[in-house]
Design a protein around this ligand. Structure first.
Ligand SMILES: [Zn+2]
Ligand SMILES: [Zn+2]
Ligand SMILES: [Zn+2]
Length: 453
């Protein structure tokens, strides 16, 4: 990037942050970065290329460790520098496999030993990153100690003692810098592959969950400069990925000096729940306008309390089945709940909305296009309410809907929907993003068909 549009600053109440240097407009690209290090997450291992993160049926296996997989020899070649030393560690650990966080930190160690400064550290380096150690419970610290030992064992093929680590690299403290769910992975707290379409670029503490264009989690990476971004439930910037590359864009008009913010979590949560999660995972109290006014809570929890509590109670089960790709079971549960509670819960109730979303995804995976379109259409209005303005999650949802309409031969409707998706996506993803290229092809097809008709 020629002239920087943003700078690091210290805010009295929030520690480090990033602010605008010049007036910014929606859609403007503010920062792009390759990760310092990244790895596919557990749930995606064997399904996506470890270099470009694209999903492919048949992947090539690294002939040395037989663990790393690539979409082709080009990606394998490109990945070798980053994989060379971990390859030996992976091989010697077999049949065990390190937790995601251990593998990720292993990659950080080798990267720091190889390169003195990385582009992703332009504004803030790995050593600058804060670790939150002082806020951790004893139990969490114990978990980190356990991980530190696991890392040392995992690396022992290449690194036998602390003097071989990068200067000033503290293994224990480094774990405390990692994204927290990733940190806890040794306990298998959550299945890594969250396949829901809602699951956006969850930014976690210092790390980022890398989502593919369709907003499914595929990996986890460290982008030290971006860990300066503070949170707002109603942010003025968004992060979108293309493979492992990260793009930060403005989604509003932003004045010089104004702080840049992104949203660390899924916004489909009432204020109290958001506050709780932010406190637990990131150790702060959110004072954004949305939290102060709690203005969307009434909509989020609209309808009969008994009914939404029941729906809410089934979500975990549904998400679990989703991660196992048991689509017919997902659909069966969603359908039952939607049919039972449909008249007592409006679609804007967030639990009902999540069910509609899951039902749509299940239908897509089962090839039930008509039903997918029915469920999906019901999510559009609530999405507009909860993801207002330019939001990548809504952009992708609108595109999905357009695709479904086109598939059903509803060309005039599809054209309108796809154009809407384009208006959103050129701001959130940028015109060069591969998903936007796909979208333009769909639009072209749709227009051509209408011309002939
Ligand atoms: Zn690849
Ligand atoms: Zn290998
Ligand atoms: Zn907030």
């Amino acid at each position: 990037m020629e002239r920087s549009k943003l700078e690091k600053f210290r805010s009295p109440s929030r520690g480090n942050g990033l602010r605008a240097l010049v007036p910014l407009r929606p859609g403007e690209l503010l920062f792009r970065s390759e990760p310092l290090a990244y790895t596919v997450c557990k749930g995606s291992r064997g399904l996506v290329c470890e270099r470009c993160l694209c999903r492919k049926e048949k992947l090539l296996r690294c002939s040395q460790c037989k663990v790393a997989r690539y979409c082709g020899s080009e990606c394998q070649k490109q990945a070798w520098q980053d994989h060379k030393r971990e390859c030996k560690c992976l091989k010697s650990s077999k049949p065990k496999f390190p937790p995601d966080s251990v593998r990720l930190l292993g990659k950080v160690v080798f990267k720091l030993l190889r390169e003195s400064s990385c582009a992703s550290e332009k504004l803030y380096s790995f050593f600058d990153m804060e670790s939150n150690i002082q806020n951790l419970s004893e139990e969490k610290k114990e978990g980190l100690r356990h991980l530190a030992v696991t890392l040392q064992l995992y690396l022992k093929e290449e690194i036998q003692n602390a003097s071989q680590l990068p200067p000033a690299f503290d293994v224990f403290e480094s774990f405390a810098k990692l994204p927290s769910p990733c940190r806890l992975h040794h306990a298998e707290i959550k299945n890594g592959a969250i396949l829901s379409s809602r699951c956006l670029h969850l930014v976690i503490c210092n790390g980022f969950t890398i989502s593919n264009g369709e907003m499914q989690e595929v990996g986890v990476g460290l982008y030290p400069s971006m860990s300066l971004l503070n949170h707002s439930c109603d942010p003025n910037c968004v992060i979108v990925f293309e493979g492992p590359s990260l793009f930060l864009r403005a989604v509003r008009n932003i004045k010089p000096g104004e702080e840049l913010t992104i949203c660390y979590l899924d916004v489909l949560m009432p204020s109290a729940e958001r506050q709780k999660q932010l406190k637990e995972q990131y150790c702060f109290d959110c004072d954004c306008p949305l939290c102060k006014t709690q203005s969307k809570d009434a909509d989020m929890l609209a309808g009969e309390v008994q009914a939404w509590k029941e729906v809410q109670g089934s979500l975990e089960k549904v998400e679990d089945l989703q991660s196992q790709e048991k689509w017919d079971q997902v659909l069966a549960i969603c359908q039952t709940l939607i049919n039972n509670y449909g008249d007592r819960l409006p679609d804007r109730n967030i639990y009902q909305l999540k069910m509609l979303d899951c039902a749509m995804d299940a239908c897509i995976n089962l090839g039930l296009w008509e039903d997918a379109l029915l469920y999906g259409s019901r999510t559009l209005e609530p999405y507009r309410l909860y993801y207002p303005g330019f939001h990548p999650v809504r952009a992708v949802q609108v595109m999905k809907l357009g695709k479904l309409q086109q598939h059903q031969g509803l060309y005039p409707q599809a054209l309108v929907t796809l154009k809407q998706a384009f208006e959103l996506m050129k701001m959130t993803h940028g015109r060069d993003h591969s998903l936007v290229e796909d979208l333009m092809l769909l639009l072209g097809d749709c227009e051509a068909t209408l011309r002939v008709a």
